[in-house]
Design a binder for this molecule. Structure first.
Ligand SMILES: [Zn+2]
Ligand SMILES: [Zn+2]
Length: 552
C-alpha cells in the first residue's frame, strides 16, 4: 500500500493523516504541521520549531565554510589549517536543528497532534545551543548553589596588549583570575573585620567571556560576588552577613591595586614566554592570525587609549588604571532571584546574537551593535570570510571551563556544603510530570531547608522546561487541546528519516555546503579592512607575551 499523502485541513495549515506511514496497521489519527509552526502559529506563546537553516548565520556558514577552511590551509606553510575542533564546531552547527539529521516525535495522547523536534548540536559556536546551555547553568546556579543574598557583578577588563596572550594561554588567564579574586576577597574580608566580622568568608562565581560587544576578541571576567560575607553561626550551616556597598573610592583603590599586581604578573609571563613560545609559528599560523585580527575592532582601528595610566572615574563604581578597568555598579537584591538568574545568563551569553546579524545579497555580513560605538557607528560590516575568522577566534577551545567557582562556592571548599540553601524553586518552575522523558539525567533529591520533606529538583533542566523558563513557551503542551505531549520515538536512521520527511513534504536532505571558491576568482575576498596580515608587526610585537600552552 502506498503511503497516503497528507490532506490539508480547512484552515490550510494543519494536515491530517488517517494511517501510519507505509503500513496497513491502524494507528490513531494524527495531525502534523505541513509547515513548521503552522499548527501553532495562531496561538501566542506556544512553541514553534526554530528553523536554523533560514538564519543569516546559517547561510553565511553554509556558503563560505569551505572557502574559509581553504583560506586557513593556505595561511599555514604546512597546510594544516585550523585545529580540528574549529572545523567540527562549524559542521556541528550546520547540522543543528536540521530534521534531516534526526528528530524526536512528540505526540499528544488525547488528540493525536504530533510534532517533530530536531536534534541540537550542543556546540560552542551555535548561538541556540549556547543559549540553552547558558540557561541551564544559570538555573542550576540559582536553584542549587547561590544562597539568598544580595549579589554584585564585578567586571574586570584588560589592556588590549594583554588580550592576545589571555586568549591563547589558558594557564595565564587562570592565574590572572586567581590574583583578581584574591585581591577582591582580601578587601572584602578587611571590610568585614572593620565591621566586626571575624573570619568572614567571601564567595564568587566567575564567567569568563572571550569577546567584546563588536565581535572582537576581548577576554574578560564577569565575577558574581555575594555583597557580604558568610560566617559561622554556631549551627550546622553558615549564615550570611551583608556589608555596605563599595564606594567610588573603593573601586578606584581596587583597580589601582589590581593594575599593579596583574601588570607585574603579566610582565613576568611575557618575559618567560619570550624564550619558549607556546605555539608553533607554522602549524598554528591560521589561529594566531585569526586571533591577532580579532583583537582589533572591525573598521578603522580604534584601540583603548593605552597611555592613560592615571586612574580616572568615568561612571559610578567604575574605574580605569593603565588599561585595566573595573566595573561594580550592577547589583541584584536578595529577593530578586529572577534578576539573579538573568544576570547569570548575561555572564554566560553567546558571543553572537542571531537577531542582530544579517547579510546583504552580495554576501557582506552586517552586525548591529547593542549600543552605538564611541565613534557613533551602530553596526559593523564584514566580508564573510573575515566574519568567520572572527568567529573562529571567539570559539572557546574544547575543555575550557568558562565558569569558575571560588571562595565558599569553590568545588573543593568544605563551606560549599554548609551554605544556606537557595530558596525553593517557584512552583511555576517545578518540573513537568512528563518532562523527564527528554531529560535522561533525571532528578535527584535535595533536603528541604528546614523541613524533613525532601524536594525533588532536576539536576539539569529538560529541554521543555528550559524553553518554558527562558521564553515562557511550553513545547510539550499540545497546542490543540492543551494537554501534555510525550516523546514517542527518537529517529536517526537516514532511510527512515527520509521516508517520514518526504511523506510530510518537508526537506529530507540537509542543506549542502557550498564548494570552496578559488581566491583567484575573487580578488579582494580576503581584503577585510582590518585584516592585519600575520606579519604586519602585531605578532612580532606580541611574541613576547607567550606562555606555556595549557594542556588539552
Ligand atoms: Zn492534543
Ligand atoms: Zn546547536
Amino acid at each position: 500500500m502506498q503511503a497516503r499523502r497528507p490532506t490539508v485541513s480547512p484552515e490550510g495549515s494543519v494536515a491530517s493523516c488517517d494511517g501510519p506511514i507505509g503500513t496497513r496497521s491502524p494507528l490513531p489519527r494524527i495531525n502534523f504541521e505541513r509547515e513548521f509552526g503552522a499548527a501553532s502559529g495562531a496561538l501566542p506563546r506556544s512553541y514553534q520549531r526554530r528553523t536554523p537553516e533560514t538564519s543569516a548565520l546559517y547561510a553565511v556558514v553554509r556558503d563560505n565554510l569551505e572557502t574559509f577552511l581553504d583560506d586557513a590551509r593556505m595561511r599555514s606553510t604546512t597546510g594544516t589549517g585550523y585545529p580540528h575542533f574549529i572545523e567540527s564546531e562549524f559542521q556541528r552547527y550546520l547540522d543543528c536543528g536540521i530534521l534531516a539529521r534526526g528528530f524526536a516525535r512528540v505526540r499528544c495522547a488525547s488528540c493525536g497532534f504530533e510534532r517533530l523536534v530536531a536534534f541540537s548540536c550542543k556546540g560552542r559556536l551555535c548561538p541556540s545551543c549556547w543559549g540553552r546551555k547558558a540557561a541551564d547553568v544559570a538555573a542550576h546556579l540559582v536553584d542549587r548553589l547561590l544562597p539568598e543574598a544580595p549579589y554584585r557583578q564585578w567586571v574586570l577588563t584588560f589592556p588590549w596588549e594583554l588580550r592576545f596572550l589571555l586568549a591563547m594561554d589558558r594557564r595565564f588567564l587562570t592565574e590572572m583570575l586567581r590574583v583578581f579574586l584574591r585581591t577582591l576577597f582580601a578587601w572584602q574580608r578587611l571590610r568585614g573585620r572593620r565591621a566586626g566580622i571575624q573570619d568572614g568568608r567571601p564567595g564568587a562565581v566567575t564567567f569568563i567571556q572571550r569577546f567584546g560587544s563588536v565581535l572582537n576578541l576581548n577576554p574578560h571576567f564577569h565575577s558574581l560576588h555575594s555583597d557580604g560575607l558568610f560566617v559561622e553561626s554556631g549551627k550546622e550551616r553558615l549564615s550570611f552577613v551583608p556589608l555596605p556597598p563599595p564606594t567610588d573610592e573603593d573601586v578606584q583603590f581596587l583597580v589601582t591595586r589590581l593594575a599593579e599586581r596583574l601588570g607585574a604578573l603579566a610582565q613576568r609571563r611575557m618575559a618567560q614566554a619570550q624564550d619558549r613560545p607556546p605555539w608553533d609559528l607554522e602549524d598554528d599560523a591560521p589561529v594566531l592570525a585569526a586571533h591577532a585580527d580579532a583583537i582589533h575592532l572591525p573598521g578603522p582601528r580604534l584601540l583603548p587609549n593605552i597611555e592613560a595610566s592615571t586612574s580616572e572615574i568615568s561612571k559610578p563604581l567604575c574605574a580605569k588604571v593603565g588599561g585595566f578597568s573595573l566595573h561594580a555598579a550592577r547589583t541584584v537584591e536578595a529577593s530578586d532571584r529572577e534578576g539573579l538568574e538573568r544576570l547569570c545568563r548575561y555572564g554566560l551569553r553567546s558571543p553572537l546574537s542571531l537577531e542582530r546579524l544579517s547579510h546583504d545579497p552580495d554576501g557582506q555580513v552586517r552586525y548591529r551593535l547593542r549600543k552605538p560605538w564611541i565613534d557613533g557607528r551602530t553596526e559593523i560590516v564584514l566580508e564573510p570570510i573575515a566574519f568567520l575568522r572572527r568567529l573562529a577566534a571567539l570559539i572557546p577551545a574544547p575543555y575550557t571551563n568558562l565558569v569558575r567557582y571560588h571562595g565558599v562556592f569553590a568545588n573543593r571548599s568544605r563551606d560549599r556544603f554548609r551554605l544556606p540553601l537557595p530558596p525553593a524553586v517557584e512552583p511555576a518552575n517545578a518540573p513537568l510530570p512528563d518532562a523527564g522523558s527528554l531529560d535522561p539525567e533525571g532528578g535527584e533529591e535535595v533536603a528541604g531547608a528546614d523541613s524533613a520533606t525532601p524536594i525533588v529538583r532536576p539536576r539539569r533542566l529538560g529541554w521543555a522546561q528550559l524553553l518554558r523558563r527562558v521564553l515562557n513557551v511550553d513545547a510539550l503542551i499540545c497546542p490543540k487541546c492543551a494537554t501534555s505531549m510525550t516523546v514517542i520515538a527518537f529517529l536517526t536512521d537516514p532511510p527512515v528519516l527520509r521516508r517520514i520527511l518526504e511523506h510530510l513534504n518537508l526537506p529530507s536532505s540537509p542543506p549542502l555546503r557550498a564548494p570552496a571558491r578559488s581566491p583567484l576568482d575573487e580578488v579582494g575576498l580576503f581584503a577585510d579592512e582590518d585584516s592585519g596580515d600575520f606579519d604586519d608587526g602585531w605578532f612580532d610585537q606580541e611574541s613576547g607575551e607567550e606562555n606555556a600552552r595549557a594542556p588539552p
